[in-house]
Design a binder for this molecule. Sequence first.
Ligand code: NOJ
Ligand code: MG
Length: 542
Amino acid sequence: MTTSHDHAPSTKATWWQSAVIYEIYPRSFQDSDGDGVGDLEGIIQRLSYLEWLGIDAVWITPIYPSPLADFGYDVADYTDIHPLFGDLEAFDHLVEALHAKNIRLILDFVPNHTSEQHPWFLDAKSGPTSAHRDWYIWQNPAPTGGPPNNWVSIAGGGGWELDAESGQYYCHMFLKEQPDLNWRNPAVRRAMYDAMQFWLARGVDGFRLDVFWLLIKDWRFRNDPLNPDYQDGQPDFRRTLPIFSGDRPEIHEIATEMRALVESVDRDCVLIGEIYQPAEKLVTYYGEDGRGLHLPFNFNLMWQHWSPRPILAYIEEYEAALPADGWPSWVLGNHDQKRIASRVGPAQARVAMLVLLTLRGTPTLYYGDELALENVPIPPGQEQDPFGLAHPEQGRDPVRTPMPWSRQERHAGFTTGLPWLPLGNDHPDRCVELQRDDPASMLNLTRNLLALRRSSAALSRGAWSAAKVSGDVLAYVRETESERYLIVANLDDQVKTVGLDEQMGGVVALSTHDGRDGEPMDKVMELRGDEALIIRCQQNAS
Ligand code: NOJ
Ligand code: MG
């Protein structure tokens, strides 16, 4: 029937283990004051939508005071709110309003770098003997002149900027407006932990930690080896293998310290790490004895070819690599990556949603993916993302466009003003209002999936195993002692015939297509192109 595996179904789940997280890019969710930029009050106005959809937690990308060189990932004050988004009072109101609906709030925290306008950096830049000089990473030029080593910036170009006055370079893994903090300095750690404490005291339920794997760099500043597989046209950061500029062993100390910090509050708070690493490295971030991050984000499904074998192989690799008590994480899209509906097409986006919401672990959904939004081409002159302005292939505007709410209102109800990025031409036709009324829409599929998942211990917390079925489909089982589901997904637009083991038969509980609910399934079944099914098995799990 099923292949065995090591992870027993967890019975005592914390909220974030059975939760589905919804990522909001606040600039683009809902504008409340007509300035064309979404804000905290706008999110509050859309709370009934989030409740109706059935997600459990919201992660909002940065809303701190910032010159917005990287749209808020350049923080100038860690304990306040940018006036564009509101103020601390609006923030408290948001926390309260979310909690009243039993939705948790996860704050984006940006520990790797500050804005160049942060008072710490302004002081650091004032001279080598300044109080905050060592809060950042300064190095002398290489003996032959030029940058200290070959580290590259993920935003494009080199990873060092010369400070002409002192003759030293400072390190920046992103824009030069985002100088990297020196996490080897205990004063930096204290200041950042104080900032986290500030938000914990205001009621947040956890943090999404920006580029967590980069916090600690090689103390000897060794060159990163060149990437032998680099191909022309790939972003600069692919030129090297970043083994010295990130993912250093000492990073795990920081994870443990942060874990202790969030555990010092009297409720369950979650630490999610943004970590772009392959499975075997990613899982080290759970920490020894589970004393690290709760959920290192797992992005790797996004890089697999969208066909049954590589997808299954990756799921198995990751499941096998996880520590016994490490809870999985799954992501198919975020504000930095191409929209899933553009990567696999709108029909497969439905299948992808079903897969994302039935794998074992905590899924994170990107706003608008429940509408199957696609990348929006940005007309020349309207681009905003500095990464894309400097290196067009790295532009992220197309995935950050405003949420379409209604058909008739201007700008689909997102703003009464001029939206900061254009809406997609066809996005008003995919708006919430229309999809809500269409039982076959992507939105209702997502909502039904969320409801089924929530109602079933097997689907939300049960064990995962590959299913033995014949046919070129992705098939797996989720089960507890008393419940078993078989998930069968056709990752192709061609009809597929699937042979089932006798004991796998059951009835269709949910399908990407109309009219199949309740249909009995036994030994042989046919899947239409782009179809995926959740089958409630009749035979109890043994
Ligand atoms: C990762 C964030 O997701 C991305 O949007 C940002 O540009 C970089 N970190 C730098 O903070
Ligand atoms: Mg606004």
